[in-house]
Design a protein around this ligand. Sequence first.
Ligand SMILES: [Fe+2]
Length: 457
Amino acid sequence: MLQRFLIGSAVLLILIASQIFWARQMRKWGASLIPSATWRRRAGMAGLLAYLLLLSYNLLPSLLGVVFNRISVIAGARSAAPTHGALHATLLQSHLWAWIRGVPSPEPIHLTFRAALLQAPFWSWIICSLAGFLIAIPLGLADRIARAARWVYQRVAQVGRAVPLPNPVSLARRRFLERTALAMTTAPFVAGAYGMFYERLNLEISHRRIKIPRLPGAFEGFRIAQLSDIHIGPFMPAEEIRRYVAIANGLKPDLVALTGDFVTWDPSTQSAVVDVLAGIKAPFGVYGCLGNHEMWAAVEDSITRLFARRDVRILRGERALIRSGGEAINLLGVDYQSRSPMGPRGQRLVREYLQGVDRLMVPGTANILLSHNPNTFDRAAEYGIDLSLAGHTHGGQMTLEFVHPDLSPSRLITPYVRGWFEKPGGQLYVNRGIGTIFVPIRFGAPPEITVYELVRS
Ligand SMILES: [Fe+2]
């Protein structure tokens, strides 16, 4: 509890510091770009007004909600652990309009002006300005150290000289350094725009050949397509998902695996996402498992029923034998499970992953597990589950993993961020998913559909 509080406070302080940093930066740019003091003041006021408007629209209701929630917990009117419904209401009332009306506004499944003009710019600004500030800190420190070293050097070199020494840093060099620092601190905004308008929509189809020595001969070359983390919402509208469904069908897989997070926050979006995904067809069927967002939106039972009516089978601690030519492979599926609290306390916390899944396994054939959380892999490999298919991380969503593997936010929750992993007993593939959460930006983690070809050797 204390640890969470300290981390939260540190993040908040850094966030506030970053906003002050950028306000000062804007003022500096204003001074050099707008010569008239009156117009500078007017532009400053307009900018501040727009900022406060977006801030209050996106954050004020949430902050008030947290304060009221705390007060009611302290007063004993409510239990400290929020229910599914309370969480959902808080998230959907996190915009001023919903808060004023006093009812959660349904999450749109088409891009709306509100989402495009009020939500996306604000959250993108927060993420990009924070990243820019984090780059500016070491640059600023390096500059201060260099200045101090120069000052000391000049003082020492000056001893015994009557004429002052010239400044060792030329004006041109100083300007070059300033411009380089400016380019580096503003780079996150360019990256954010690229991630929102290009990379987020730039689907990659990955092909992976998976060797499973126990694979029955009839399944040699069997092809499974995996789609994950759809997250229907204003930035993943139904028509966009329809495009991915058409792509998946065009790949002509034998079987399709959907590994959870169909909705984002709102239960009312479940029928829409099921309707679209029901368009996926494969001769050996479409199977799936549920993600943490189905759990948070409290739609696990209902979405499973909706899928079942459209011939998509969600495996919830179940198995399905896929038969061909008198032989079979075993497909298993589990609900989201976690060993560390994520979201409301105590939900789906397990002391040990995949308890009881060994009873669903079929010896002597390939066992393939659909599990949203890749952290179940260690246990799956201990059981000897040949292949685990997971999602959940979005490949980091916004990551510098191409610079260094540790530079990914998903490293905080799992060592299995993306791609293929192997250890004695099993293999894992973590799909980067299709949708996004919080910010409609993908950077260094383009959306992905994976096609696996199963082979014996
Ligand atoms: Fe997700």
